[in-house]
Design a protein. Sequence first.
Length: 412
Amino acid sequence: MLDSLEIPVILLLVISTNEKSMHKQKLLKVQNRALVLNSIRQHGPISRVDVARRTGLSVGAVTALTRELVENGLIYEKQEGDSRGGRPPILLALQPEGAYVVGAKLTEYHITFALTNLDADVIGRLTLENPSVEPEAVAQRVADGIHRLVADSHIQRSRLMGVGIGMAGIVDADSGVCLASPILHWENVPFADLVEQRTILPVYLDNDVNTLTLVEKLYGAGVGSNHFLTITVGRGIGLGIVVNGQLYRGMGGAGEFGHTVIDPQGYTCDCGKRGCLETFVGDPWLLRRAAEHALHFNTIDELWQAAQNGQPQMIQLIQQAGASLGYGIAMLVNILNPQLLIFSGEGMRYGEMLLQPMREALYANAMSALSSGLKLHTEPLGDDAWARGAASLVLQELFRTSQRDLDTVTGM
Ligand SMILES: [Zn+2]
C-alpha cells in the first residue's frame, strides 16, 4: 500500500518553506535555494558564475547550494558550452526527472489526474469517475488515483513531491479550504487536509482558473509577463489575474468575472443576480438561448455543429457571446491595464466565430491608450491542461522566491 513513512528530502524542502517557526537563517537558505533553482530552470544550462550574477548571491554561496541540489538529483552538471580553447565550462541544468508532482482537477463527475516532471511535462494520466461529491469520498478517490498513477508510471514514490488540486469555486489557497463550490455543493471544506491525511504528501488546493494561470506564468505564454489575464470560456467564464508577477487572489475569490452584471434586466443567473456575463457566453446559457429559437440541442457540441453547418441563428448566438465577452474584457483592460490576455477553455472551439466579435467589442470599448499595445494569445485547451495546471501549484512551491522577487534581482 502507500509507503507513507518514506518522506523524501525534496519533500522536506517544500514542507520547510511553510514552517512558520523556522529559524530566519534557515528560511533565507530555503529562499536562496529556490532562487538558484529558479534561475537554473529559467536560464539553464548556465554556469555557476552566471547563476551568481543573476541572483545576486556570491559564487561561494551558489557553489554550496548547487552541490546540495546536485546531490538531491534536482539539477545536473553538463560539460559543454563555448570553451574558447580552455577547459569547457561546467554548466548546470534542471534535471526534469529529479522529482514529480501530481495534479488533479475536480469536477462533479470526474477527477482528471496528470503526473508531471519538473518541466511540467505530463508523463502519466488517469481519469476516474466521481461516484459521490461527498468530500471524504472525493478525497479518498483522489488518494486512490495518486496511488494508481504512481504505480502505473513506475516512478519511485519517494520522488513524488506533492499534489496540486484545482477546482471551480472560491478557495482559500493558503489554508487549502474550499470556501464555496456551487458545482460540488461544498462550503468550508478543508479539502487539502482531507487528501493530506490519506496520502502523507503536501497538498495544495486552488481555484482551477488560477492553476491554469499559474502554468501559463511558469511554462506558457505568460513567461516573462508581469501583468496578464487568463480568461477561460466554457461552462462558465473564468479569470486568472497576474499583477506585478504575482497571482492576485483578493480575499480568495478574485476573478469572478463571469458574474459581473452587464444587463440588469437579463436572465437570473445561478448566482442569483440578473444578466451576468456568463448568461451570454456560458455553455448552458447558449443551449437555453438556442431553445428560445425552438432549436433544441442536447449538448454544446451539437449546437456548435449546427453553427458550423451554417445555421444562422446559432452563428449569431456565438457572435453575440463574443461581443458580450469583449465588452466585459474592455472593462478589465481599463481597470488592470494588462500587457497580455490569454484565452483558454473549451469555448476556444468556436475560434474566430467568437474571437473576432470579441476583439471588435474589446477595442471599441477599452481606452485606446490601454488597448493599443495589448497582446492577445489563444491557447487551445488540451486534455491535460487543467490537471497540468493543478500540478504547477506544487512546482510553484519549489521555485517560489517569496521575499526576493527574482525579476527584480535579475533585472529581467
Ligand atoms: Zn451570476
